[in-house]
Design a protein around this ligand. Structure first.
Ligand SMILES: C[S@@+](CC[C@H](N)C(=O)[O-])C[C@H]1O[C@@H](n2cnc3c(N)ncnc32)[C@H](O)[C@@H]1O
Ligand code: SF4
Length: 412
């Protein structure tokens, strides 16, 4: 497990090659009342933006995500500019509703995109057109058929994933939709979603009342879909259970590049990418700065703020056999900040096998396979992401049938 402060990459680089859409779906995550006219990303801007590809985690470089890429007349040319590395990093999402020539699908098939998300809410023309407002079902389905028949000729074509927004209007047909997407339309994966929380603040209330499904309907859909042996993803359950996406997680570092080249991180404007001479070096150094800020913030919260609690723990557990779990940056800082010599510290456990046998301070690093031999009375989690680790540690102990007290909140 990587500590937050050890990140080498942006969690997401979120690009859009346009800033608007050809449709007006009644559930859209964009509040179009405040969205200005479309600006298409130019080849010059994209050439700069694509230089940042290697700063994104795998599968986290969005070629286009919030708006509609196919309305950019340079769509195909921009796709052709994605270098080979894109095969690990790049994806896009499209409504596939603008009638496209076969050339577009050839370019997509030959592109270095890893996968393409296709929004498909219904295979019933009337339902489809009521949800995808402004789209023609015939155009959509003809695009999809052409895309699939073209992709079949290219073994390295991008994977096809489907995203289906679930509403009362389409819920009855979704098992069939899932089946058809997999059997006929090359679905690699199929994600089902209901609108993210923010959407409810501006979409038409009456429409929402007649369309949004209940939690019961959602749970039953998931149960039924899960019986099909396909690869599914499930997005937010219906309001009010859901809040935000992974990209909005407060710990995530997301670099946003608007279609006019404006760059933003956590709402701070870093200028237009066209005015930055070497975007790769510039945003790499920003990543280090942001990481260090985060590291400092974490150290204050996790190491110095709980001082009293940590000192009490040392006093109350003198002589007890303790293992720390996590031999990363936080552990090093803790060892510098506190004197643990009154405890009987047996060593540090770490999931990274390369660390096994190495030292952290005066202590040896072990793997979880050594737990029985070490036989600690208490395990103290010494990582930043302790909540995630706590589940894993408890599972490992359960599998090994070991009854050891786990303290997951000493550094919090
Ligand atoms: C915002 S759209 C942009 C891309 C493209 N215009 C499209 O619809 O495919 C990206 C994806 O989010 C889905 N989406 C739209 N509105 C949403 C909402 N309110 N909450 C969650 N997902 C939403 C869309 O169906 C689409 O699959
Ligand atoms: S097609 Fe996508 S961006 Fe356009 S209105 Fe519909 S959900 Fe929103």
């Amino acid at each position: 497990m990587n500590d937050v402060i050890l990140r080498e990459y942006y969690d997401f680089i979120s690009l859009d090659i346009t800033s608007n859409c050809n449709l007006r779906c009644p559930f859209c995550s964009n509040d179009f009342r405040y969205i200005p006219d479309n600006i298409n990303m130019t080849k010059k801007t994209f050439e700069k933006a694509i230089k940042l590809l290697s700063l994104a985690k795998d599968d986290r470089f969005m070629f286009s995500c919030a708006f509609e890429p196919s309305i950019n007349p340079n769509y195909v040319q921009l796709l052709k500019m994605i270098p080979e590395e894109g095969k690990n990093k790049c994806f896009l999402t499209t409504n596939l509703s603008l009638k496209q020539p076969e050339e577009t699908f050839k370019a997509l098939a030959e592109s270095n995109i890893n996968y393409i998300n296709i929004s498909l809410d219904s295979l019933n023309p009337v339902t489809y057109e009521s949800l995808r407002k402004g789209a023609k079902f015939d155009n959509f389905i003809s695009n999809l058929e052409t895309m699939v028949s073209t992709f079949k000729k290219y073994p390295n074509a991008p994977k096809i994933k489907f995203i289906t927004m679930v509403f009362k209007q389409n819920i009855g047909e979704l098992l069939t939709v899932a089946h058809i997407c997999h059997s006929r339309y090359l679905a690699y994966e199929h994600e089902f979603r209901t609108p993210v929380y923010d959407t409810y603040s501006y979409i038409d209330e009456e429409w929402a009342k007649n369309s949004v499904i209940s939690r019961l309907e959602w749970d039953s859909l998931i149960e039924n879909l899960s019986k099909l042996q396909y690869r599914f993803g499930f997005g937010p359950p219906p309001f009010p259970a859901h809040s935000g996406s992974e990209a909005e997680c407060p710990d995530s570092i997301v670099l946003r590049i608007d279609s006019d080249g404006t760059t933003l991180i956590k709402n701070k404007n870093y200028g237009n990418i066209n005015d930055i001479e070497n975007p790769y070096e510039f945003f790499k150094s920003k990543l280090y700065e942001l990481r260090n800020d985060k590291k400092q913030e974490m150290i204050n919260v996790r190491v110095y703020k709980p001082k009293e609690k940590i000192e009490k723990f040392i006093k109350d557990n003198q002589g007890k056999k303790i293992c720390f779990w996590g031999a990363g940056d936080l552990a090093k800082i803790i060892l510098d900040a506190y004197d643990f010599s009154k405890l009987n510290v047996l060593g540090f456990i770490d999931g990274n096998k390369d660390k096994k046998g190495q030292k952290i301070g005066n202590y040896t690093i072990y793997s979880s396979a050594d737990l029985e031999l070490l036989d600690p009375e208490i395990i103290v989690l010494s990582v930043l992401e302790f909540k995630y680790l706590a589940n894993l540690v408890n599972k490992i102990l359960k599998d090994k049938n070991l009854k050891i007290k786990v303290i997951d909140d000493l550094f919090y």
